[in-house]
Ligand binder design. Structure first.
Ligand code: ZN
Length: 392
């Protein structure tokens, strides 16, 4: 049950409405921002407004007024045949393009390729060839390009010509985390629309509507740890990351007297389990890529736990609690973390945070995962016991 309207994106929605109002409507857009904040939903709304013959400027209803800049917006009618086709994702002029389309490519060779990138073959068949045809329903053609940051260099270059001289009836919406993920030439030919992280309270409310069985503390944690991405927060709950976090926070609280959290085998096994969830969402991931993603998640959970202790130890947390701003991430473990903050040396906590960060960059550089974990845990153990780190 996704929200039917894009909420809490007044800046992006304002930019889109201004573009629609302008006499020279852009033909290419880059919707950029974090995953799971409404970029694709906004792209589909824009597509519907372009494809619906009865789209008109209407007053924004009162309950959504705070989410938009202007009191009027261009909306698809929601009732005509085009709107119904858009809703059912079967509109012949709405093309959602993604890297896995290679499986439907005409050529056997392309169907067999790994889809880790959005390839030039997919761009040629599913975008460029399509732009040469008239719109099936006569009005316009809209291409939504998912994960445009995964366009291969040759695919993005192949797209440039279409972006440069787009047919009058063709619109492209590229979705990416950041405009920097695209070539400067792509950026300069597109209207850049920035999406922001969602407010934590909104994410938490949405989670509670979908996960009525989960305790509020679990939902609050997922909303906070997702950094304003509803999509990410839902994944955290579905993948059981909260339970993993509980175990890891407990483990760190007991360390270094109880060193069980410093067992590399525990990390590798848990990372594998988390990685298998990532693989379910992206079948192209190999076991080792999944495990690497799982390890990065464990590093992020551990870093959040030490960051909490640091905030509590330095008094920054008390200031934020007084000011009414949210406090630490692991609110459920506050008393035990306070005890850690009092017990652990602050320099050791800072060194541990730095060490976790470095381990993450080693994983990004494809270092051997077993070695990264062993060296990391060895160093953190030393730091927590008041010894100097040796590796790095
Ligand atoms: Zn309509």
């Amino acid at each position: 049950m996704p929200p039917v309207d894009v909420l809490h994106q007044p800046r992006a929605m304002g930019q889109i409405q201004r573009a629609l109002r302008s006499s020279r409507l852009a033909h290419a857009f880059v919707f950029h921002g974090p995953e799971g904040v409404g970029r694709e939903l906004a792209a589909r709304q824009l597509a519907a407004a372009l494809l619906c013959p009865d789209a008109r400027w209407v007053e924004v209803p009162a309950q959504r007024r705070e989410h938009v800049e202007a009191p009027h917006e261009l909306r698809a009618c929601g009732a005509c045949q085009d709107c119904r086709l858009c809703d059912a994702d079967t509109h012949p002029d709405l093309h959602v393009v993604h890297r896995f389309l290679n499986r439907f490519h005409d050529e056997d060779r392309v169907r067999k390729l790994k889809a880790s990138q959005l390839s030039v073959d997919v761009v040629r068949q599913f975008i460029i060839a399509e732009t040469g045809r008239k719109p099936a329903r006569g009005r316009a053609k809209v291409f939504i390009i998912r994960d445009a940051d995964r366009l291969s260099a040759s695919a993005e270059n192949a797209l440039l010509k279409t972006l440069e001289e787009p047919p009058d009836d063709t619109f492209m919406i590229l979705i990416a985390p950041s405009p920097q993920d695209l070539l400067a030439t792509t950026r300069s030919r597109s209207a850049l629309i920035a999406f922001d992280a969602l407010p934590k309270a909104f994410v938490q409310r949405q989670l509670s509507m979908r996960h009525r069985d989960k305790p509020p503390a679990t939902l609050a944690w997922a909303a906070a740890f997702s950094a304003g991405s509803l999509g990410r927060a839902l994944e955290l709950l579905e993948d059981g990351v909260y339970e993993v976090n509980e175990a890891f926070v407990r483990g760190w609280i007991g360390a270094p007297a109880d060193p069980s959290i410093l067992d590399p085998d525990l990390w590798i096994k848990t990372a594998g389990a988390l990685g298998s969830h990532c693989k379910k969402r992206d079948e192209e991931l190999s076991d080792s890529e999944g495990q690497r993603m799982g390890l990065k998640q464990l590093i992020a959970l551990s870093a959040a736990c030490f960051a909490d202790a640091l905030r509590m130890g330095s008094g920054a947390d008390a200031l934020r609690v007084r000011s009414g701003a949210g406090a630490i991430l692991n609110e459920q473990a506050r008393p035990a973390l306070q005890a850690c903050a009092d017990r652990w040396d602050r320099g050791a906590v800072c060194a541990t945070l730095d060490r976790l960060h470095r381990a993450e960059s080693h994983l990004d550089m494809n270092a051997n995962t077993q070695l990264v974990v062993e060296a990391l845990l060895y160093d953190v153990f030393a730091a927590l016991r008041g010894e100097a780190m040796v590796a790095g």
